[in-house]
Design a protein around this ligand. Structure first.
Ligand code: APR
Ligand code: ZN
Ligand code: ZN
Length: 361
């Protein structure tokens, strides 16, 4: 039987979100209905509301979620009712060029659930990033569910579904941070702080956190930063060089998404070092880099997509590390709200005083 549940939608461009009743159908072949327990509030939800991602209003927002499988459709073997799962926004196909070449995070033939959730008047909803988890229940594809240890709190586990995985994966998967490496992270919001935590997990030596906000730098320290640089008062490139014996860092992670910070990242790395861009730029943004510097410095300029993660490989391990006390996922949850608190969470995001606000259901 289709079920009516409460959920948060963005009905029209720029309008405040609304809590409404939606209809969640029974799971069809390959589909799963998940009882959502927690869902983090991410910048992308705000971008959807502002019309910055697509015009397919109304959107069912929310995509950093964990919950319990309620029912599964025909042919679903990956998960079963009662499983505790973290949702991901890309159920990969396993057959396309990206998948077969071992880079499934770039899969362009995703098998997310078809959009079948509606308002009570039948209006079709577009679930944010194929998930739509600011809802008591949501319909996703089985491949969007990864079973993890239920001992983890839903708020902490859900964060792996987007921002924390993006930052952590930028350090560990994309940047390939290794034992003893010096790492600089520019921008220490939720994503940058996750990169700091990832660098620590990977056994980095010095971890230099750069931000313009001392409170963020203090948070970064609690997550593993060994040194901090406020780039309002210090030139970050010089400071990183000074802290690395005059060389620059082995891996620099840019987690802001601005031309000036990308440029800083480029020059803050050691010769043959790696720069990882995880901050998302806008289409107009450009940087000018002298080709001779690109050529002469060697190394790699990379960008990281969803932390270059493979949910089935990465989520269960990261939850285990969390439960062992080696990955403080709870530290990223700087506040919780109910379903009606999504606008409040956006306001906190604007004020910049949070890593993640999580909607708990
Ligand atoms: N130099 C250093 N830090 C900066 C600068 C700057 N010029 N400008 C902003 N910051 C800091 C902010 O103070 C904040 O701590 O960058 C951080 C950005 O954090 P959030 O706004 O919380 O964003 P977050 O969720 O971490 O995402 C960062 O990654 O995935 C992308 O779309 C996301 O582009 C965004 C970026
Ligand atoms: Zn997100
Ligand atoms: Zn694929």
């Amino acid at each position: 039987m289709p079920q009516e549940v409460r959920a948060v939608i963005a009905r029209a461009k720029g309008e405040p979100v609304e809590t409404v009743t939606i209809v969640v159908p029974d799971p069809g072949p390959g589909e799963v209905v998940v009882e959502v327990q927690a869902c983090g509030v991410c910048h992308t939800d705000l971008h959807y509301r502002e019309g910055g991602i697509s015009d397919d209003f109304p959107f069912l927002l929310g995509h950093e979620a964990a919950g319990v499988v309620e029912s599964v459709g025909e042919g679903v073997t990956e998960v079963a009712p009662g499983d505790f799962v973290v949702l991901n926004w890309r159920a990969v196909c396993g057959r396309c060029r990206a998948c077969t070449r071992g880079r499934p995070w770039y899969c362009f033939d995703t098998h997310n659930a078809k959009q079948r959730m509606t308002l009570t008047d039948g209006t079709e909803l577009t679930p944010a990033l194929g998930i739509g988890a600011f809802a008591e229940k949501t319909l996703v594809a089985a491949g969007q569910c990864t079973k993890v240890d239920p001992a983890a709190s839903p708020a902490a586990a859900g964060l792996l579904g987007c921002g924390v995985m993006a930052g952590l994966g930028a350090a560990v998967n994309t940047g390939g941070v290794g034992r003893g490496d010096s790492v600089a992270v520019i921008g220490c919001g939720g994503v940058g702080c996750a990169a700091v935590a990832g660098a620590k997990l990977a056994g980095a030596g010095r971890i230099i956190a750069v931000d313009i906000d001392d409170d963020k730098l203090a948070l970064a320290r609690t997550l593993g930063a060994t040194h901090t640089v406020n780039s309002r008062t210090q030139d970050p490139v010089e400071a990183v060089r000074e802290l690395t014996g005059g060389h620059g860092a082995d891996v620099v992670i840019e987690a802001v998404g601005r031309p000036e910070t990308y440029q800083q990242a480029f020059y803050a790395r050691d010769l043959a070092g790696t720069v990882v861009l995880v901050g998302v730029p806008t289409p107009e943004m450009k940087v000018e880099l002298p080709l001779l510097d690109v050529f002469g410095r060697g190394g790699a300029l990379k960008s990281s997509w969803y932390g270059d993660c493979l949910p089935s490989r990465d989520f269960p391990v990261l939850i285990d590390l969390h439960l062992q006390g080696r990955l403080p996922l709870d530290a990223f949850v700087t506040g919780t709200v109910g379903l009606d608190g999504v606008e409040e969470a956006f306001a906190r995001m604007h004020r910049g005083d949070v890593l993640r606000t999580v909607v708990e259901l």
